[in-house]
Design a protein around this ligand. Structure first.
Ligand code: NAP
Length: 277
């Protein structure tokens, strides 16, 4: 563990049901970058799966300590701040360690960072939402929309709700849903946030609604309105543990691989891998 004073503990809001890694599968030393709500959830899940925490990097952790954590870790998991992500990528590349990034809000730099990782033969996996159920939700929501919007008279909107402390809006998951819809629809619709209250939204745009409320862990909804039917497809996180679980599974998968990956690409492998109960 890092030498800094421990942060206030985040209470877990659900019973942690996590199978340990399969017998014989390698246990890892995991370095945590960011020790807020998500960093603490990752620690709980990683330890429950039998891994060790190599150290913790916080906002005020000095460079030498950051480098020590990176050296001691088999993999690093970052849930920190968008503006710190490039430095964390550089830390992982310099130490030659795989990095799982859960931090959102840095999408504008994604292409440049992916190129940097490829050039350095590094190993990075990013998902704006590490919930495996959310990845399946996204697939199904996009398929549903693509089929319904091919019919006449259908409209759609995206809605996301998160806790008051969330720094970015719309959420990375709402952005990912909007991007995937853009690619899947025959007549693409540009996502609009915030939705102007005083002007009419043209048909080629899709409204993204954002609510910030209490301690909400994360709700995403695709609303589909047709001439005769209304369909909503919703994912609601019951705690942060599902995001943490996906991030730890991603770190286990990433070990020994090189490249810049997205969770959706490796989902079939994660789903095919049976966990012991
Ligand atoms: N991908 C997903 O599945 C998923 C799920 C939930 C959240 N998220 C994203 O994950 C990020 C963190 O969320 P959270 O709810 O855990 O936020 P949080 O509770 O505010 O925690 C953020 C942590 O990052 C630390 N930090 C800030 N700058 C840092 C730096 N330069 N180096 C190291 N640590 C630094 C902060 O340290 P101090 O306390 O010392 O300031 C704090 O502990 C956000 O971008 C959020 O949107 C992603």
């Amino acid at each position: 563990m890092g030498g800094n004073a421990p942060a206030e503990r985040e209470p877990t809001c659900s019973t942690l049901i996590v199978a340990p890694v399969r017998q014989g599968a390698p246990k890892m030393n995991i370095g945590l970058i960011g020790y807020g709500r998500m960093g603490q959830a990752v620690e709980r899940v990683a330890v429950a799966r039998g891994h060790h925490i190599a150290g913790i990097v916080r906002a005020d952790t000095p460079t030498l300590e950051r480098e020590r954590v990176a050296q001691d870790a088999d993999a690093l998991i970052d849930f920190s701040r968008a503006d710190a992500v490039p430095a964390h990528v550089a830390l992982a590349l310099q130490a030659g360690k795989p990095l799982v990034i859960g931090t959102t809000g840095w999408d504008m730099q994604r292409e440049a960072i992916a190129q940097q990782v490829h050039a350095a033969r590094g190993s990075v996996l990013y998902a704006p939402n590490f919930s495996i159920a959310v990845q399946l939700f996204l697939q199904h929501a996009v398929n549903l929309a693509a089929q319904l919007l091919a019919l006449e008279g259908w409209d759609m909107a995206i809605e996301e709700i998160h806790h008051r402390g969330k720094a970015d809006a719309p959420s990375g998951t709402a952005r990912a849903l909007a991007q995937r819809l853009q690619r899947a629809l025959t007549a693409p619709r540009e996502a609009v946030y915030p939705v102007p209250a005083t002007s009419r939204l043209p048909d080629h745009q899709v409204a993204v609604g954002v609510l910030r409320l209490g301690n909400e862990f994360g709700t995403h909804r695709l609303l589909l309105d047709g001439p005769y039917d209304w369909i909503e497809i919703t994912h609601r996180a019951k705690s942060r543990d599902g995001f943490a679980y996906g991030a730890v599974r991603a770190a286990e998968w990433l070990r020994g691989r090189r490249g810049f990956f997205a969770l959706e690409e490796i989902l079939p492998e994660i789903l095919a891998h049976r966990e012991e109960h």
